[in-house]
Write a protein that binds this ligand. Structure first.
Ligand code: UGA
Length: 437
């Protein structure tokens, strides 16, 4: 295996985990972030995000001398052959993508270039961004040296980032010339995954097309859940029966509160915008968005239909993160449920295994909202218990105790974690998604 000297600019989910996994595979990695406090924390062995397995991996690779952190882009550009850009590309109010961080990094790299470098975009960006990055570097580079811009989208899921990175389904490399291909192959060879080499525009489109398709799969399952409820069928059985057809696949067919997080909602809006700019009205994807927001409305209605007036009702909420295994609460359906219940005047007792601190920054503080120290304590004195995130540990709840400590035994399961028959046996009024009642 050939060890490559790599710099990653941006130490968010994608940058930090990619850099660490590259180091684990034997490459020499520098992680750069302009936030010197974050760099200091990382240098002292702290990890700014919760991601299973990451802390140990960072420690091991720092100790082995393969991974280090700095706030100096100049250091990174000087001491590596390949520079990855992994900075945020946040959404703008009209759904398009804010590319100002990418542009700023491109200018910074340009000002430091003195010899040939490969510049790789790993952030999720609209098609034609690699062309813009190339233009920008050319324009701002004083030394006028040669360079290549590569598009290499990342497909990791939060909460499974290390696992997804170490065992990827595929690697996509978009290039404008053949020169950077050998180094990119060297970087990814130890990961033993199928490698697709294509042009930069196709590589950029693959990322938006894949995320939008996965969101579409989830919305399909959510639409089915409405029909299943009306027909007295079970959406999980329907999804399994469909998904075992290898052409469909069982994954990402879980009906629930709808998808959230920092990727699907943003990427879907961006892809609709991009398509529209290219002259195509992607109505199919607008429908995917509509199904997703309807799913939340339907769940809130289910709560109000069951409890009638929410004012002064005591409601327990299990889960704040946008999905299991993460402390990320950005665009979290669970946070949205809390906001809606608080607005109706309910009193909430909330718990999440990892996301409590980050949730505090998003939810309005006050006597209406109580952060509870354990999942078992949440239902105490409650008129209803809402399951808002698919943390597997919630299924370990002691149902007999829960039934006994609740004021009225009502469970509204937005993630279909429990078995309806078992819940009824325990004496609960149990309502879930797409499984009748
Ligand atoms: C998603 C993609 O899955 C990754 O491949 C991609 O790299 C990433 O976006 C990105 O663009 O960076 P992520 O947002 O971390 O990953 O999380 P997912 O596991 O995809 O879950 C997204 C949302 O969909 C969550 O709210 C989850 O609860 C929901 N979901 C997922 C469902 O409602 N049903 C399902 O069957 C699966």
């Amino acid at each position: 295996m050939k060890s490559i000297r790599i710099t990653i600019i941006g130490t968010g989910y994608v940058g930090l985990v990619s850099g660490t996994c590259f180091a684990e595979m034997g490459h020499q990695v520098i992680c750069v972030d302009k936030d010197s406090k974050k760099v200091e924390l990382l240098q002292q062995g702290g990890i700014p995000i919760y991601e299973p397995g990451l802390e140990e991996l960072v420690k091991r690779n720092v100790a082995a001398g393969r991974l280090r952190f700095t706030d100096s882009t100049a250091d990174g550009v000087e001491n590596s052959e390949v520079i990855f850009i992994a900075v945020p590309t946040p959404p703008q109010p009209d759904g398009s993508v804010d590319l100002s961080f990418i542009e700023a990094v491109a200018r910074e790299i340009a000002s430091q270039l003195v010899a040939y470098r490969i510049i790789v975009d790993k952030s999720t960006v609209p098609v034609k961004t690699a062309e813009k990055v190339t233009e920008t570097i050319r324009r701002y580079s004083k030394a006028k040296v040669e360079f290549d811009v590569v598009s290499n989208p990342e497909f990791l899921r939060e909460g499974f980032a290390v696992e997804d990175l170490m065992k990827p389904d595929r690697i996509v490399i978009g290039v404008g010339s053949q020169r950077p291909v050998a180094a990119m192959r060297d970087i990814y060879e130890p990961f033993e995954a199928p490698l697709i080499v294509t042009d930069t525009n196709s590589a950029e489109l693959i990322k938006h097309a894949a995320n939008s398709f996965l969101a579409l799969k989830i919305s399909y399952a959510n639409a089915l859940s409405v029909i299943c409820e009306a027909a007295g069928a079970n959406v999980q059985e329907v999804a399994r029966g469909m998904g075992l057809d290898a052409r469909i696949g069982t994954r990402f067919l879980q009906a629930g509160l709808g998808f959230g997080g920092s990727c699907f909602p943003k990427d879907l809006s961006a892809f609709i915008q991009i398509s529209s700019r290219l002259g195509y009205d992607f109505r199919l994807l607008r429908e995917v968005q509509r199904i997703n927001s309807d799913q939340m409305e339907r769940f809130i209605k289910k709560i109000t239909d069951t409890l009638w007036v929410l004012k002064d009702k005591r409601i327990g909420v299990l889960g704040l993160a946008f999905k299991q295994n993460t402390d990320d609460v950005r665009t979290s359906p669970a946070i949205e449920v809390c906001r809606r219940l608080l607005a109706e005047g309910a009193h909430l007792r909330v718990f999440d295994p990892q996301a409590m601190e980050k949730a505090k920054a998003l939810l309005p503080p006050g006597p209406q909202l109580e952060y509870v120290e354990s999942q078992e304590a949440v239902p105490e004195g409650c008129d209803a218990l809402v399951i808002a995130t698919e943390w597997p540990q919630f299924t370990g709840l002691d149902l007999t105790r829960t039934r006994n400590v609740m004021h009225t035994p009502i469970v509204l399961d937005g993630r279909n974690l429990f078995d309806p028959e078992e819940m009824e046996r325990h004496g609960f009024i149990y309502k879930s998604i797409g499984r009748g009642s």
